[in-house]
Design a protein around this ligand. Sequence first.
Ligand code: ATP
Length: 300
Amino acid sequence: MWSWPNPKSKIRNPKSNNKTLVIPSPAKINLFLKVVGRRPDGYHEIITLLCRVSLFDTVVLAFDRPTISVECAHPGVPEDRTNLAYRAASLFFEALSIHDGVAIFIDKVVPVAAGLGGGSSNAAAVLLGLNHHYGFPFDDEELRAIALKVGADVPFFLLRRAAVARGIGGDLEVYEDLTPLRVLLVCPKFEVPTAWVYKNLNLGLTNHSENLKIPNLKQDFSRAKQFLFNDLEQATIGKFPEIKTIKKLLLDLGAETALMSGSGPSVFGLFKDGQEATKAIQSIRRGARWKTFLVDLLLP
Ligand code: ATP
């Protein structure tokens, strides 16, 4: 049974009805991330394989409010218009050409600025919820265009499927070649701003992405896992060597592979064997250094 653990929230044990909507807002991991170029405007072009995992924030929308507001008890999450969920609501009303309000409550479980896409996922949850409440005024394409204005990862969360994203986020292709895996997430307690990571990248960028093949992780996982990597690790590990320590630990504990997610600092280990994953999380928790979660890839 779902319960509302946030003492600051005005809504307790919420259930969706015509006044409120309760929306699960999952985290994501990047199973593969290659930086393929840098545009003249400074943005990096990447190719990345994204998959949602079963670690959720909960977003509650309360309707019939005069303005947009956000409440979130997590100290690292802004409650003003810089919150991505606020921005999503604001752009939604603007696209609909109406002045309306919504109260957004976020129960934050997904670690913040951790490479797990929590803010983008909250924004997508708001867009999906508002579109539902207002009787679907926007089709998928139109909603995606609003999402892209909020942030590069937001369209991915609207799709609700694993996907390969190219460019700076808008170009998405559903990825079907995944197999169910347990995911052990290890989250160091420091935050890494994404902008810092890209600024400190030192890659020999080839710009040749045409030959790049995303491995098929369903057919032969043991072979394909060798091709999983994250180009952003190098920059983040340079400043935070702890990430390398976690990767090694996960591999020593039986993970098939271990990678940093997005710009970090979260690291995930993929396990085919659930028992092995349970033993691994117990072992890491004994050290009590990091936040850990044992979750699953969310596959359709
Ligand atoms: P990304 O890789 O997309 O930059 P991330 O997954 O590493 O993001 P988020 O948890 O989305 O990290 O937070 C990134 C920053 O966005 C935080 O520093 C936070 O202050 C800000 N932020 C704005 N809105 C939200 C939100 N709804 N939830 C979490 N963070 C938010």
